[in-house]
Design a protein around this ligand. Structure first.
Ligand code: 1GP
Length: 256
């Protein structure tokens, strides 16, 4: 085990080793009413989710993030990991940050520019940085539009896998295939399989458009290390538990 990694990453790697596939819940401050945050935090905890991502592409400021995270910390001891869409997505109250480079952006600001600006703040707040390649699949919804992405076509699993391999060669430890929040369909299963086949070390995060336990089950079976759901808590919070359970079920006889 790499001794230089931080507390949150150690927790994640040990849990992946133990469980196979993890489940993260995304709380988007722009879509969450302040009075709902503590209820949502409790549901996430009860459902057995493994960590909470906090962030979004629009409507996020540092003080909004601070309030949401402080509220969440009152009700859950799960790690709170920032999922920034821009420089405004950093809060001193989080435990870690997905330190994202949007690899298939056409705008250098989202590949290396905002990272240089954000690095100083991440250091000042002593946040644990998790080096993550963010790859937009399909049009990627709001994240794709805001990030000037040239999304990987849905029928090109080999191209998505090559981005994942490039990320591994560049030393990133996480690859996030993003279909876009609220997307009509999740990341295609074939993309997950191809990426897992071609990479050896990176942990594969998959999110966007996952609404049913069956979809989560199939992505876990295909080899995703982490499955993210967000929208489901906005519409059908009770479904969260069945999604987490289906991931556990998928991992029962599989080793990652
Ligand atoms: C978005 O991948 C996440 O960044 C979650 O997407 O809201 O569709 O679950 P959903």
């Amino acid at each position: 085990m790499n001794l230089h990694i931080g507390k949150v990453e150690r927790y994640l790697l040990e849990l992946i080793e133990e469980k196979g596939t993890l489940h993260f819940t995304l709380v988007d401050p722009d879509k969450t009413k302040p009075y709902e945050v503590s209820k949502i935090g409790r549901v996430i905890d009860d459902a057995g989710s493994d960590a909470v991502l906090v962030g979004g592409s629009t409507g996020v400021s540092e003080s909004i993030l601070d309030d949401v995270i402080k509220e969440l910390k009152l009700v859950t001891s799960l790690p709170i990991i920032l999922f920034p869409g821009n420089i405004t997505g950093i809060s001193r109250y989080a435990d870690a940050i997905l330190f994202i480079s949007l690899l298939n952006s056409t705008n250098p600001y989202f590949i290396t520019g905002v990272q240089a600006l954000g690095a100083a703040i991440v250091k000042k707040y002593r946040l644990e940085a998790l080096p993550t390649a963010y790859i937009i699949i399909g049009d990627g919804g709001t994240a794709g539009y805001i990030g000037y992405a040239r999304g990987v076509p849905l029928d090109k699993p080999d191209i998505a896998a090559l981005y994942a391999l490039a990320a591994e060669y560049m030393g990133m430890r996480y690859v996030y295939f993003e279909r876009g929040s609220g997307a009509p369909t999740p990341v295609p299963i074939e993309m997950v399989k191809e990426a897992r086949k071609i990479t050896e070390k990176v942990k594969l995060i998959v999110g966007g458009g996952i609404r049913s336990p069956q979809q989560a089950y199939e992505l876990a079976k295909a080899g995703a290390h982490i499955i993210v759901t967000g929208t489901i808590i906005e519409y059908d919070i009770s479904k969260l538990k069945s999604i987490v359970n289906s991931i556990r079920e998928a991992c029962r006889y599989t080793t990652k």
